[in-house]
Design a protein around this ligand. Structure first.
Ligand SMILES: [Zn+2]
Length: 369
C-alpha cells in the first residue's frame, strides 16, 4: 500500500434554534464587512434574523444580493464582478443547495471567508467541500471539488423546521442512500484510514432516519422544531457532509455513489423526473432496488416501511414512470458510472428480479390494507 499524503478540512458548524448568537464570536476575526448572498425565498426566511444578530456584533452588513437562479459558472462570475463583493471581508451564503454551492464556488476559489446559513435541509452543501455545477440550460454539468468546506455553518433548526416540508422529505432519501451506497461500494476493498472513516461515519446517515424519520416528518409538517427534527437535520446536513468528504479521495467519488444514484440518473432522461420529483425522492426509490439487488431483505423492509410511512416513493407509478420507460432504463443502468466501482456487476436480470420483488411487496401491502 502507498503511504498516505493528504490534507483534510472538516466542517465547523453550530446547530440549534438560538445559534445566530455565535455569529460574532465565530466571524469577527475574519474582518468587518459582510456581504449576504442568498436565494430569494431563503433571504425572506432568514435575513431579518441574521441582521438582528449581526446588529449585536462588530460586523457590518454592506449588502444583500440574490445569488441568481442556478449554480453555474456564469452566475459565479457575475457575482465576482460586483464591487460590493470586492469590498466585503466575508460572505454569508443563505439558502438551499444551489445558493450555497454558488457562494462556495465563488469564495473558496478566491480564498475569501465564507459562512453558510442553510434554510432548508435537503442536502449537505453547508458542510461539504463540493459544489454541484449546472449548465446554463439547467442540466447537470459536473461536481466541482474544493480543498475545504465553508469556514462555519450556522444551522438554525427553527428556520429549517418552518421551510416547505418536501425538502427535508427528499433529503431523507438522499441521506440513507449514502450509507447503503458507501457500504456496498466499499465491500471487499482494503480501505485506507481516510475512506474507512467515511464508510464508518455513513452509518449515521441511516440510523437517525430509521429512529426519528417518521416523527420528524410529522413534526416538520406542523413547523415544529423538535428533537426528532433536529436529529434528522443533523443527519442530512452534517453527517452526510462529513461522510462525503471522507468518501471522495483524489476527486474520485467511487464510494459516494452506487446503484440508487445510477437508477436516479437513468430516470432523469424522462423530463417528468426533473419537473415533478426531487433528487432525494427518486434516489430513495432507487435504494429499494439497490437493497433487493444486494439481497439485504431486512434492510429493504426497514426502508420500505419508512418510505411508506412518510410518502416517499415505493413504485414506478409514484414517480410517474411507465413500465416501458423502466425497461429502457434497465438497459442503461448496468453501464452507468455510479456503479463502475461496485462489488459485482449489476445485470439486467438482477434489476428485473428486484423490480418483480418490489411489485410483490407493494401488492401485498395493498392486500393487507
Ligand atoms: Zn444524491
Amino acid at each position: 500500500m502507498k503511504l498516505e499524503n493528504y490534507e483534510v478540512h472538516l466542517p465547523n458548524y453550530s446547530i440549534g434554534d438560538q445559534i445566530y448568537d455565535k455569529i460574532g464570536p465565530v466571524c469577527e476575526s475574519y474582518g468587518k464587512k459582510v456581504l449576504v448572498i442568498g436565494g430569494k425565498k431563503a433571504l425572506a426566511a432568514a435575513y431579518d434574523k441574521i441582521e438582528q444578530y449581526v446588529g449585536q456584533t462588530n460586523l457590518e452588513i454592506i449588502g444583500k444580493e440574490i445569488y441568481g437562479e442556478n449554480c453555474t459558472y456564469a452566475t459565479v462570475e457575475r457575482l465576482r464582478q460586483m464591487p460590493l463583493y470586492r469590498q466585503a471581508d466575508m460572505v454569508f451564503g443563505v439558502g438551499g443547495g444551489k445558493a450555497l454551492d454558488t457562494v462556495k464556488c465563488l469564495c473558496i476559489t478566491d480564498d475569501k471567508p465564507v459562512f453558510a446559513f442553510p434554510t432548508i435541509a435537503s442536502n449537505c452543501s453547508a458542510c461539504t467541500s463540493v459544489s454541484i455545477m449546472y449548465n446554463e440550460d439547467g442540466t447537470f454539468l459536473k461536481p466541482h471539488f474544493f480543498v475545504r468546506p465553508v469556514m462555519h455553518s450556522f444551522i438554525d433548526t427553527q428556520i429549517i423546521a418552518q421551510a416547505p416540508r418536501q425538502y427535508m422529505w427528499a433529503g431523507i432519501g438522499d441521506t440513507y442512500a449514502k450509507y447503503y451506497e458507501a457500504t456496498i461500494s466499499a465491500r471487499e476493498d482494503r480501505l485506507e484510514h481516510f475512506t474507512s472513516l467515511g464508510v464508518a461515519v455513513s452509518v449515521m446517515c441511516r440510523n437517525p432516519l430509521i429512529d426519528y424519520g417518521r416523527q420528524a416528518f410529522e413534526d416538520h409538517k406542523k413547523g415544529l422544531c423538535t428533537y426528532d427534527v433536529e436529529q434528522v437535520i443533523l443527519a442530512i446536513v452534517v453527517t452526510t457532509g462529513i461522510a462525503s468528504i471522507f468518501l471522495t479521495k483524489d476527486f474520485t467519488p467511487d464510494y459516494n455513489s452506487g446503484l440508487a444514484h445510477a437508477v436516479f440518473y437513468a430516470l432523469t432522461s424522462y423530463p417528468v423526473i426533473e419537473e415533478k420529483h426531487l433528487h432525494g425522492e427518486v434516489v430513495g426509490f432507487g435504494v429499494l432496488l439497490a437493497l433487493l439487488v444486494d439481497r439485504q431483505y431486512e434492510e429493504f423492509e426497514k426502508i420500505y416501511e419508512l418510505n411508506r410511512s412518510i410518502g416517499l416513493p415505493v413504485s414506478l407509478e409514484d414517480i410517474d414512470i411507465t413500465q416501458a420507460q423502466w425497461q429502457e432504463c434497465v438497459e442503461r443502468i448496468p453501464g452507468m458510472s455510479d456503479i463502475a466501482h461496485y462489488p459485482y456487476r449489476v445485470t439486467k436480470e438482477m434489476l428485473d428480479e428486484a423490480m418483480g420483488q418490489l411489485r410483490e411487496r407493494v401488492s401485498k401491502d395493498y392486500e393487507e390494507r
